[in-house]
Design a protein around this ligand. Sequence first.
Ligand SMILES: Cc1ncc(COP(=O)(O)O)c(C=O)c1O
Length: 393
Amino acid sequence: MASPSKRLDLIPPYLFAELARIRADAVAAGADVIDLGIGDPDIPTPAAIREALATAVENPETHRYDESPRGWPRFLDSAAAWYERSFGVAIDPSRELLELIGSKEGLAHLAWAYLDRGDVAIVPDPGYPVYKVNALMAGADVYETPLTETNAYLPRLADIPTEVARRAKLFYLCYPHNPTGAVATSEFYADAVRFCRDHDILLVNDMAYATVTFDGFVNPTVLQIPGAKDVALEFHSLSKMFNMTGWRIAFALGNPDAVATLARLKSNLDSKQFGAIAEAAAVALDGVSNADSFAEYARRRDVLCDGLTAAGWPMDKPKAGFFVWTRVPVAGMDSKTFCAELMRRAHVLAVPGIGYGAHGEGYVRMSLTVKGDAAGDRIAEAVRRISTCGILG
Ligand SMILES: Cc1ncc(COP(=O)(O)O)c(C=O)c1O
C-alpha cells in the first residue's frame, strides 16, 4: 500500500475524536452522558428553510453543475443584501463574494491558495485549529498570537515581531471567538486593518458566529472599517446562523483579488454546492428569523453560568457564540485531567482548553448546544451533577 503524504503527519490528533472515545466508553458502561463538547445546533433548521429546499429540489435547474463563476447567483445576491442590511456595508456580488461549501472549507483552502514554504500565517492561540493545520500542511510557518484574558482575548499587535510581520501573508482572526466567546471592537479592527496594510498581509476574519449574539449585542465587522476591503476577507456561514451545520453552505466576502484567488483554487477542487441548498440558503438570508434558537442558548447560558457560579465555580456570561469559557476550578489541575475527572464523576463532557492551543491551558470550554435537550433540562441537570459530584471541593 502506498504511504500517505508526510504532510498528513502535521495533523494533530483530532480533539473531538478523542473526546468521542471517552464519551463512547462512558456510554458503553451505561452512563447517561451530557455532552457539552462540540458546538452544533441541536435545534432543527427553521421550517421555512426546509420548505424552500423541498421546493428548490423540484426545479431541474438545480440538478446540474452550477457553472457560475462565484456561486449560485440568487444566493450571492441574498448574501450581499443580508450583509448590507445587517452591517451597513455594500458588497458587489459579482466581484466581492464567493460561495463556499461551509466556512471550514474556505478557511482551509485559503491557506492553500496563498501560502508557500517560508511564508507565515498568524493564527490565534487559543483558536479554531483549522487555520493552523492547513497553513502547516501548505508548507508555511505559523506564528501563534496569544489571546489572554487580560487582553480581552484580542491579539496584541505590537507584540508581533517585525520579522514575523514581514514574512506573514495571512492573519486569521475570529470574532465572536471560538473557543473563548470573546467579541471584537471596531477600534481593534481598525488597528488590525492598519497593521495588515503596513505589512501587506491579508486579514482573514472568521465570523462563523456573527449573528449568534445575546442581550442585543451586535458584533462589529472588519469590513465596516474604511478601506478594509483593500486588505480583508471575511467569512460568514449559515451553519450556526440558521442551524444548518449539515447543509454545508457559507460565503467569503471582501477584497476582490482575494475572492478571485480563492475562486481560482476552488475551481480545481470542487464544483460548488448543490443549487437547491444555495437556493434555500438564499431564502434564509432574505429574512428567516432564528431568534428562538438564540433565545434558547441565552436561557441555557444563564442556567449554566448562574448555577455553577452559585456552586463555587465563578464564570462570566459570553455576549456571543455557543461557548462558555472559564478557568479550571481545581487548583493545580490541568484542563485535560479536569475534563476527564468531570466525565468520570459527573458524566458531563466539557472540552479542555489545551485542545485549542497552549494559551488555552487552564481553561475549559462548555457548549450551549446540547444533543437530546428536547425538554430543555439537560443544562440544569449538568449543573446539578457538577455541583454535587465533589469536583468543586
Ligand atoms: C470558529 C469557527 N469557524 C468556522 C467553523 C466552520 O463552520 P462551517 O464549516 O460549518 O461553516 C466553525 C465550526 O465549528 C468554527 O467554530
